[in-house]
Write a protein that binds this ligand. Structure first.
Ligand SMILES: Nc1ncnc2c1ncn2[C@@H]1O[C@H](COP(=O)(O)OP(=O)(O)OP(=O)(O)O)[C@@H](O)[C@H]1O
Length: 622
């Protein structure tokens, strides 16, 4: 068991993420006044120990200190509370409430998608948490199922708890993002983050839209392919409505996933809209509730003053001068200088004497032209591509100076260039040189050069096989958060056939029947496929089944049993013919040896020749 500071003992790792490892830990002593929750000796907590490379980054340490008061004061029933922040030597750790339950990512993997009602109600609570944090000026920026923990309360209900607030921002380091390419998860990244445009709290709404989509379908809308391809899809592809998503819920998802941040709803309106939808798509919805759900678009007004994300880590406000004294209580045993604020902060270039925590998230961006270092794609129209990486004052131990474009910039630019150069041309099959070659199967009609791509969501992961009366999420119209949470004592049954369902798609009754029988149009057919997927392979022609030879006498290379048998038969017959038709029998009877027989044969032939010569002397004498 490893101590963290003087107050905590790490007991057991709970999981590892991109930014660190989360441990189950125990409190040794009550923390000091600097902690938001002093805790009691023996209490169990969760501690996220940030990766060494983060802890060793002076810029990260500075922001860790600067934002501590923001993180510590962020409290909401759907936010995992940060109790304390520990800086000790080269260790940075966040002490949190321990949430005894799986994260949504794991839960989805193990239980399959949620019903639309359940997904809407769950996401509404996540939106509540976002509304609270946005009101406080804090943008999460890494919203994804893995960052939503499911907490089981005393009455056995589960609630979503948003965690990892501030971590994405802590990980925003020019040095780190240059060497580690990307902070964030491509499947959940908003287009403006991907492109390096200024970010606001609307990035969290985009994340909530992706999360909601994944809850009802089992997968995020833009997934598959490498990270770069996924980012491109965020930028250019419109999400399509899967047939299992009811229309009002799709209205919400679609609004959250708008490419233009200003068109996305505020977190507060999102929560309200989702509850309205949940009430109107249930099995027992009243006509009024159904009408309200169908008109949900009117509720989804954007945030008139979205919380901005500071563009440059070094330029965001200043640090709390009180913070070091609050945060370094455990450093007595640390190596000299390592945790000393005076040895860390000067390298960061942070303006000295900056004020309180509210200044951590300034209302204005950083220097013009600078962009968020977590941006992975170049800002459109930025005069200087290196502007993606803001200047960082050099200093011993400080992050390295940027000296060129971000690796992602070059990669994406190259990919874009490739895309622009590639012209899709549809060839007449008769003109296609590849098709002019002799055809193996001339009887087959020529195929289309680009057959339509199969609908990727055509095979939706199966929904939970709850009969309606067991649907824990189907009880709509009762807005209490307790209403839809699945009781953990009754783990969702997952009969074997469900697991196999994706491989053996069964004709299923439309999912909508389960929760919204009346108002919705029948599932729409998938939108026609854009023809710009040139790299889709044509489906392979089914191979002809190998057939056994119809000719029983065929001896392929004498390699088979039949061949051997026939060869033996032929040898036997040949042997018999030799025995019968040659003087072999006489020779054997006379006991002659092989060479005697040969010698006799030669003598016979020469005698016969000389006889021939002697019997026709006249011929020879003429
Ligand atoms: N407060 C907590 N209580 C209990 N378990 C937690 C807590 N916070 C995180 N975990 C668990 O720890 C594991 C790792 O969490 P972490 O946040 O590091 O992962 P991640 O979100 O995938 O990574 P990252 O956000 O750094 O990219 C997860 O499985 C999560 O369920």
């Amino acid at each position: 068991m490893r101590p963290v500071g003087s107050k905590y003992l790490l007991e057991q790792p709970l999981g590892r993420g991109a930014t660190g490892t989360v441990w189950r830990a125990r409190q040794r002593e009550t923390a000091g006044a600097e902690a938001a929750v002093p805790g009691q000796p023996g209490e169990t907590v969760a501690i996220k120990v940030l990766k060494e490379e983060l802890a060793n980054d002076a810029d990260v340490v500075m922001r860790f200190l600067r934002e501590r008061s923001v993180l510590l004061r962020l409290t909401h029933p759907n936010i995992v509370r940060t109790r304390d922040l520990v800086v000790e030597g080269d260790l940075l750790a966040l002490v949190m409430d321990l949430v005894d339950g799986p994260d949504l990512h794991r839960y989805l993997r193990e239980n399959g998608p949620f019903t639309p009602v359940a997904a809407a109600l769950l996401t509404a609570q996540v939106a509540d948490a976002l509304a609270a944090s946005h009101a406080d000026g804090v943008v999460h920026r890494d919203l994804k199922p893995a960052n939503v923990l499911l907490k089981t309360d005393a009455d056995g209900q589960m609630h979503p708890m948003l965690t990892d607030f501030g971590i994405a921002r802590l990980a925003d380091s020019p040095g780190l993002t240059r060497t580690h390419e990307f902070v964030g998860t491509p499947a959940y990244v908003a287009p403006e983050s991907a492109e390096g445009r200024p970010q606001t709290s609307a990035v969290d709404i985009y994340g909530a839209g992706i999360l909601l989509y994944e809850l009802v379908t089992g997968r995020p809308p833009f997934a598959g392919g490498n990270a770069l391809e996924v980012l491109q899809r965020h930028l250019s592809e419109e999400p399509r409505r899967p047939s299992t998503v009811p229309e009002p819920l799709w209205t919400v998802i679609e609004r959250c996933l708008r490419k233009e941040p200003a068109e996305r709803p505020s977190a507060e309106n999102l929560a309200r809209g989702l509850r309205t939808v949940a009430a109107g798509i249930g099995m027992h919805s009243t006509p009024t509730q159904i009408d309200a759900a169908l008109g949900v678009a009117a509720l989804l007004a954007p945030d008139p003053a979205p919380a901005p994300v500071p563009e440059t880590p070094g330029a965001a406000g200043g640090y709390d001068p009180n913070a070091p004294t609050n945060v370094f209580p455990h450093t007595s045993g640390a190596p000299a200088g390592a945790a000393d604020p005076t040895s860390v902060l000067p390298h960061t270039g942070a303006p000295a004497g900056a004020s309180d925590a509210t200044s951590v998230l300034p209302q204005t961006g950083g220097p013009a032209g600078a962009a968020d270092p977590t941006s992975v794609l170049p800002r459109t129209g930025a005069p200087d591509p290196t502007a993606v990486l803001p200047p960082v004052p050099p200093g011993p131990g400080g992050p390295p100076q940027p000296d060129g474009p971000h690796p992602w910039q070059s990669q994406l630019q190259a990919a874009r260039d490739r895309n622009e150069q590639t012209q899709i041309q549809y060839l007449d099959p008769g003109q296609d040189p590849l098709r002019r070659a002799p055809q193996r199967h001339p009887q087959q009609p020529p195929q289309q050069p680009y057959p339509p791509r199969p609908e990727p969501y055509g095979q939706q992961p199966p929904q939970r096989p709850y009969p309606p009366q067991q649907q824990p999420y189907g009880q709509h119209g009762q807005h209490g958060q307790q209403q839809y949470a699945p009781p953990p004592q009754q783990p969702q049954p997952r009969p074997q056939p469900r697991r196999q369902a994706p491989r053996q798609p069964q004709p299923q009754p439309p999912q909508q029947q389960q929760y919204a029988p009346q108002p919705y149009a029948p599932p729409q057919p998938p939108a026609p496929q854009q023809p710009q997927q040139p790299d889709r392979r044509e489906p392979r022609e089914p191979r002809e089944r190998r057939q056994r030879s119809a000719n029983p006498m065929r001896i392929p290379g004498l390699g088979c049993l039949k061949g051997c048998f026939v060869s033996l038969l032929m040898l036997f017959v040949a042997g018999w013919l030799v025995w019968e038709l040659t003087p072999l029998q006489d020779w054997v009877a006379q006991g002659k040896g092989y060479w005697d027989v040969i010698g006799d044969g030669i003598t016979t032939v020469t005698d016969w020749i000389s006889e021939l010569g002697g019997s026709d002397p006249g011929t020879g004498g003429r």
